[in-house]
Design a protein around this ligand. Structure first.
Ligand code: F6R
Ligand code: MG
Ligand code: MG
Length: 367
């Protein structure tokens, strides 16, 4: 059997340039240098690095499979080096995503977002890599449902014999640390029962029912839930395999034509519309929002990534962006009121409880 190629996308906020809006070229150079070294030492086949908002993204291909200590250690060391540089540059919130500097073989639980999958590269292997800033892992739920379970989005579910048996969703309960696998189309109502609550449940991966081939994977780390306090939002990533028995690139991008409301934006505490943008526009500004999502297309070649295509750099998404701005205008008018602000249960993981503490003794029992 042919050897599997692993694609690992590991990201962290190592320090922001002018608040939480963007990163710095100097940091990117540190990351590039380290990744190049790892490539020369044959640990990596290839790599790509960029910033989306204030998040440094390390996309790596290798032959070490997922959860590999050497790969996780490489990412961890790069983040630590970048944080050191960010501190020198006095960038904002340097190291905010690293909960612990004690690395013991795996990055899970240490703060960075991780999405990895391994597969035998097909004759041609188109891959779409999504990276978002100022939102959370559950933001992918609705989008993944549309791509892999909604024939109104993906006609391939009806027309293509490989897609027709449907897909299985692995859903994580991020609060209770549990997982469940549910099959679409037969269990689609049950899938929706959970993933309709994106603050708690997130789709971790999607596999093809025909042959259990992995189709998509996301990062599901929720920093605040891990730390038990407000640390920041868990700007998520996702990778989806495309074409020849997987959804077409156009079916994968189609859900982003609507700027869905997702949790994030200012202080990670608001419902705000998700804006699909090109890399050059991936810098949240107004109200630390709208949250941005970038889609980079890679055509794998024996694990080599080559140059990406910036898929939302396309006038076909202009209307989604304009609509997104309209929704921002409207929802912002609610100011500090729900449903713009997240429900109280979610606000527990912000800095708001600290303010509430001050008022605790001012409350009096009703007669
Ligand atoms: C959201 C985010 C920002 C900050 C906000 C306040 O994920 O990172 O909206 O929450 O700018 O930041 P601090 O508390 O660092 O001043
Ligand atoms: Mg930040
Ligand atoms: Mg961020």
């Amino acid at each position: 059997m042919k050897e599997k190629i692993t694609v690992s996308l590991i990201k962290a906020d190592v320090g922001g340039f002018i608040g939480h809006g963007r990163g710095s070229e100097e940091i990117l150079n540190v990351a590039r240098e380290e990744l190049e070294k790892a490539k020369n030492e044959n640990l990596l086949i290839d790599y790509f690095t960029c910033y989306v908002g204030d998040d440094l993204q390390l996309l790596m291909t290798h032959r070490k499979f997922i959860d590999n200590p050497e790969i996780h250690k490489l990412a961890f060391n790069i983040f630590m080096k970048c944080i050191q540089k960010a501190k020198e540059l006095k960038l904002y919130g340097a190291g905010q995503d690293i909960l612990s500097t004690a690395f013991s073989g795996n990055l899970k639980g240490l703060g960075p977002g991780i999405a990895e999958f391994a597969f035998v590269e097909r004759e041609s292997e188109p891959l779409v890599v999504f990276m978002a800033d100022k939102t959370e892992p559950g933001a992918w739920n609705l989008i993944l449902y549309k791509i892999f379970a909604d024939p109104f989005n993906t006609p391939g579910l009806i027309i293509d014999p490989k897609l027709n048996p449907g897909f299985t969703f692995e859903i994580h309960d991020m609060k209770e640390h549990k997982k469940i696998k549910l099959k679409a189309p037969e269990e689609s109502y049950h899938i929706l029962l959970y993933i309709g609550a994106p603050g708690r449940y997130a789709v971790k991966s999607v596999t093809r029912n025909l042959d259990d081939e992995i189709a998509a994977v996301t990062s599901t780390e929720r920093l605040n839930l891990m730390a038990g306090r407000y640390v920041g939002k868990d700007d998520p990533v996702m990778m989806v395999r495309a074409q020849s028995g997987f959804p077409a690139v156009g079916e994968i991008l189609e859900p982003f034509a609507t700027p869905w409301l997702v949790a994030g934006g200012m202080r990670g505490s608001h419902w705000v519309p998700l804006m699909p943008v090109s890399l050059k526009d991936a810098h949240p500004t107004r109200f630390d929002a709208p949250p941005r999502v970038v889609a980079l297309g890679f055509q794998l070649k024996n694990g080599e990534l080559g140059k990406p295509a910036d898929l939302f750099d396309d006038p076909a998404f202009d209307r989604a962006r304009a609509y997104c701005n309209e929704i921002m205008d409207f929802i912002r008018k609610h100011g500090p009121f729900e449903p713009h602000r997240l429900p109280l249960e979610e606000m527990e993981y912000t800095t708001m409880p600290e303010v509430e503490k001050k008022l605790k003794d001012r409350w009096e029992r009703l007669e």
